[in-house]
Write a protein that binds this ligand. Structure first.
Ligand code: CP3
Length: 340
């Protein structure tokens, strides 16, 4: 698999590419399947349909990796927080974590209740071409904790930060409980056939350096260390979004460092050197214009060169109104320009 070779910095015939949120509303085929279920959670739990949408971007875009179709919030949901996806608003937890008692009441071993996720993984793996990789994933503890504390997306993260600074022991209890679940959850995905595992820390950039190291990165280090021991041949990808200025501090047992569009790759390459393979980081909005997209692709490939060390991706997820024709062109161009 070109993608897995590239994760381990082996030379490949071209730079592999996949796109965050490559299965989603910008694809009419996704919308067609989405309409068959009343809500998004039903789609995530439907083995046949979730398998179908996981495979759509492989068939349509010919990307080098499929990513499990699911959501990072299924794990907190399984731990006992009722979750809804509200149309044109986003995810909403009907209960939030307010105290140590609430954390004690969370279900332990909740990953066992997500059997359908592992079924989707093994079903996808059995249908996927041998040359294509399947990526399993989880949210990182800090990002999951923000949703559990805020109840929904937030601009200020004031509830989460209040707990972090005023009751750090409560924050650590929640992050610890999440980390234990995440290790088992990702381990189960690898055992079901996931070829690589990714941790999304989408809201890493909401914290100052010291707080991020203590409440965010420290847990990522523990998780990757545990998984690396269990699955040395499964590459681990971390994606702490918005922490470009903290890079020198972000060390750990993983192969691939995902860069958001906010982190210039020149900078990541300089600071991280050859320590990690980089993944990223085309600003998704560049796909609104063919010219902006082409310039962005050329710049990234120029900075990273044709040697091993890059997995091409967007610097955050595909937006629902991006033209699919440009997503197709993106994959074609990256393959053509990066061919060795
Ligand atoms: O990348 C993929 O194609 C795999 C599937 C995937 C989804 N969510 C599908 C999804 C992955 C990897 C995620 C991760 C996820 N979910 C993150 C981390 C990545 C990131 O974007 O930073 C976060 C923060 C979430 C939480 C979440 N889920 C939000 C904020 C939303 C609403 C956003 C919106 O545009 O409505 C979701 C819903 C969601 N997750 C959708 C999809 C395809 C849209 C649901 C729909 O079809 O109505």
């Amino acid at each position: 698999m070109v993608f897995i070779d590239a994760c381990f910095r082996q030379e490949t015939p071209y730079t592999p590419i996949w796109l965050m949120r490559q299965a989603g509303r910008y694809l009419s085929e996704y919308q067609g399947v989405r309409q068959k279920t009343k809500n998004f959670l039903d789609l995530c739990a439907n083995v046949v349909l979730a398998t179908e949408v996981t495979l759509q971007p492989i068939e349509i875009l010919d990307v080098d990796a499929a990513i499990l179709f699911s959501d990072i919030l299924l794990l907190p949901h399984a731990m006992g927080l009722p979750l809804e996806f509200v149309p044109s608003f986003g995810p909403k937890f009907l209960d939030t974590i307010k105290s140590l008692e609430d954390i004690k009441a969370l279900k332990r071993g909740a990953y066992k209740d997500l059997g359908y996720v592992y079924e989707i993984v093994s079903n996808v793996r059995s249908k996927l071409d041998k040359s294509k990789a399947l990526i399993g994933f989880s949210g990182a503890p800090w990002t999951l904790a923000t949703y559990m504390l805020e109840g929904q997306g937030s601009k200020t993260y004031s509830r989460s930060k209040k707990i972090l600074y005023a009751q750090p022991e409560v924050a650590h209890a929640l992050l610890e409980a999440l980390s234990i679940e995440i290790i088992s959850y990702l381990d189960a995905q690898a055992r079901a056939g996931a070829n690589a595992l990714m941790l999304f820390d989408s809201w890493a950039g909401a914290l100052e350096l010291e707080a991020y190291l203590e409440f965010g990165w420290d847990y990522i280090q523990k998780i990757t260390k545990a998984l690396k021991t269990k699955h040395p041949k499964v590459p681990l990808i971390v994606f702490p979004k918005g922490v470009g200025t903290y890079l020198a501090h972000l060390k750990g047992d993983f192969e691939v460092f995902g860069c958001g569009w906010d982190t210039p790759l020149e900078h990541a390459k300089e600071v991280l050197g050859d320590r990690y393979v980089l993944q990223g980081n085309l600003e998704p909005a560049r796909l609104y214009s063919q010219e902006a997209m082409r310039n962005g692709i050329e710049h990234i490939l120029e900075v990273m060169g044709k040697k091993a060390g890059l997995i091409f991706n967007l610097g955050h997820g595909m937006l629902p109104d991006l033209p699919r024709s440009n997503a197709l062109e993106l994959v074609r161009l990256v393959r053509e320009i990066s061919r060795r």
